[in-house]
Design a protein around this ligand. Structure first.
Ligand code: ATP
Ligand code: MG
Length: 570
């Protein structure tokens, strides 16, 4: 069965304040009417759903305005960065359906230019080498309520600064002993403008530039200049950078750069019951609270992909949540809604019994196998039909039989009838228990006159799913719940002495369950990793990469309905 319909979801574009700015710029012929954006991840972890929003925004705008979007790695912290992350980020952006302009770019491509610009700043008296220790620098910086003090090194001569900066670059000084600072205003109410550091000494190998440099530029200095060098027109970032915008503009105003991009801030995506911070996600991986960056419970793009989310569903989600200037928290069920809606349309139906209970139809002869035909999709005939095999021994789900049924019970119990989906009506004649009193088998009879028609003279309301014992495939089914048991694990951890790791206390201990002995209908024997199905009455599932010909492995992507909201919210 194919899932070719998977990636065809159309998303409607809704206008937003960034589009309004761009429309106005185009009307005024600003930037010659061009739109050039960039997605600038730091390669210090795998991308998460928040990044997906930024990717869809940046690449989406470029597409819609006939512009281009660069992928640029902001690689100024070599100690935290890794080639593995670079590869995963490229894979995720491509998988989401976007293409960056030319080769992927690196801020480190510009290290020489950035260094030349720094020398220009020094020569213009706009930057100086400061030899305060980190502790001293902290006291000089002041606080939110108190102005900072000028560093005693602030008025060093230009010659001295040039000499010291050259020696910093040559590796003459220890890490932390000297920094290059922009000379702005120690009394500024904006702490970012109090002579921020623009270069620091780090004697560490860089994944792109090797041992060429032992001084590395700071993020704020690097970002605006990289944008300007690449001719970015609209530099979109999250709200926490609003207070950095004066510095972004200051650096570009001091230097003769090819362009002066406009920084525009938007609200980051927060989702409840999870965390979206690479640092925290890395902690989950490193401390083995999850099985890896692509654990299907993770809000990473790779985790969501393995869970069964499609590129179209994530693009749809990004479009639905919109772009605003106000921080908020999006409900996890919004994300689930997007994939459920898509899979309802595109996923072929199949039957899989997660927790099997054996059924013997004693009215069925020993080796008779009857082929039954069922539609792959109830509303889409073009998806074709599949063949089920009816045999004497079957499995139904344990939860579809009750020895002592509650009132109005519509499933199976001794003496009552149900319909086997796409097959016959059966009646439970007898149950067999083991020594512990657990029901291990049901003996049933079938009504041969009920295939595709109602039984005569009586009503059978219940319909349950089933598979043949021999004509089915062994499967392991992995069920996932929310990774955290509280809505906001981050703020629940606020003000705790161990704020950085306290969020781990809110991990949901039941977020992962495996059904080891599931059985899937025979038509799934050839299912391939990534194929998606609706298991009737159970939910949407995708074949995991751990799947083999011996044993299929399925991940539950999402349940059929949003049951979480009902059972878990006050
Ligand atoms: P994290 O805190 O998870 O490390 P980050 O902002 O440090 O995130 P970057 O690699 O620097 O991660 O982010 C690349 C781009 O993605 C930036 O432009 C950033 O603003 C954007 N981004 C990161 N997180 C989110 C989010 N939750 N919602 C929207 N955009 C985001
Ligand atoms: Mg960052």
């Amino acid at each position: 069965m194919s899932n070719s319909a998977k990636d065809t979801l159309e998303t409607k574009t809704v206008s937003n304040f960034i589009r309004h700015i761009i429309d106005k710029d185009i009307a005024n012929h600003k930037n010659k009417g061009q739109v050039v954006t960039r997605f600038p991840p730091e390669p210090n972890g795998y991308l998460h759903i928040g990044h997906a929003k930024s990717i869809c925004l940046n690449f989406g705008l470029a597409q819609d305005y006939n512009g281009v979007c660069n992928l640029r790695f902001d690689d100024t912290n070599p100690e935290k960065e890794d080639e593995e992350y670079i590869e995963s980020i490229k894979k995720d952006v491509t998988w989401l359906g976007f293409e960056w302009q030319d080769e992927a770019k690196f801020a480190s491509n510009y290290f020489t230019q950035l260094h030349d610009y720094a020398i220009e700043l020094i020569k213009a008296g706009k930057a100086y080498v400061c030899s305060l220790s980190p502790d001293e620098a902290r006291t000089y910086r002041g606080s939110l309520t108190e102005a900072g003090k000028n560093s005693p090194y602030r008025d060093q001569s230009i010659e001295e600064n040039l000499d010291l900066f050259a020696r910093m670059k040559q590796g003459e000084f220890d890490e932390g002993s000297k920094v290059l600072r922009a000379k702005i205003d120690m009394a500024s109410p904006n702490i970012n403008m109090r002579d921020p550091i623009i270069y620091r000494i780090r004697k560490i190998e860089h994944h792109q530039t090797g041992n060429e440099w032992c001084i590395y530029p700071m993020y704020d200095y690097t970002h605006c200049l990289s944008d300007a060098i690449e001719g970015i027109t609209h530099s979109l970032c999250t709200l926490e950078f609003e207070d950095h915008r004066p510095l972004y503009d200051w650096v570009l105003d001091q230097l003769e750069t090819p362009s002066h991009p406009q920084q525009i801030e938007f609200a980051r995506l927060n989702i409840n019951y999870t965390v979206t911070s690479k640092r925290k996600l890395k902690l989950l991986v490193d401390d083995e609270h999850v099985l890896g960056w692509d654990d299907p419970r993770m809000p990473t793009i790779s985790g969501l992909r393995r869970r069964g989310y499609t590129p179209a569903s994530l693009r749809d989600f990004s479009e639905r949540i919109g772009v605003t200037k106000v921080d908020g928290v999006v409900d996890m069920s919004t994300l689930e809604f997007c994939i459920r809606e898509e899979l309802d349309r595109s996923a072929p139906r199949a039957m899989c019994v997660l927790n099997p209970l054996k059924v013997t139809i004693n009215s069925w002869s020993e080796d008779e196998i009857q082929e039954l035909s069922a539609p792959c999709h109830p509303k889409d005939e073009s998806m074709g039909r599949r063949t089920l095999k009816m045999t004497r021994t079957l499995y139904i789900d344990r939860s579809d039989f009750e020895e002592v049924p509650p009132p109005k019970y519509k499933r199976l119990t001794v003496g009552k009838e149900v319909r086997l989906r796409n097959s016959y009506v059966i009646k439970c004649e007898q149950m067999i228990k083991d020594d512990q009193g657990e029901v291990i088998e049901l003996i049933c009879s079938h009504d041969a006159n009920t295939l595709g028609k109602k039984p005569e003279g009586r009503k059978v309301q219940g319909v349950i799913h089933w598979v043949s014992e021999q004509q089915s495939v062994a499967a392991q089914v992995r069920l996932y719940e929310r990774l955290f048991s509280v809505e906001n694990p981050d703020s629940s951890a606020k003000n705790h002495e161990d704020e950085d790791s306290h969020f781990l206390d809110f991990l949901n201990p039941d977020s992962f369950n495996t059904m080891q002995n599931a059985r899937a209908e025979i038509s799934l024997a050839e299912a391939q990793s990534g194929d998606a199905f609706q298991f009737e009455r159970e939910g949407y599932f995708t074949v995991d990469q751990d799947s083999s010909t011996k044993q299929l492995v399925f991940n539950r992507t999402v349940s059929l309905r949003d049951s979480w909201a009902k059972t878990n919210k006050k």
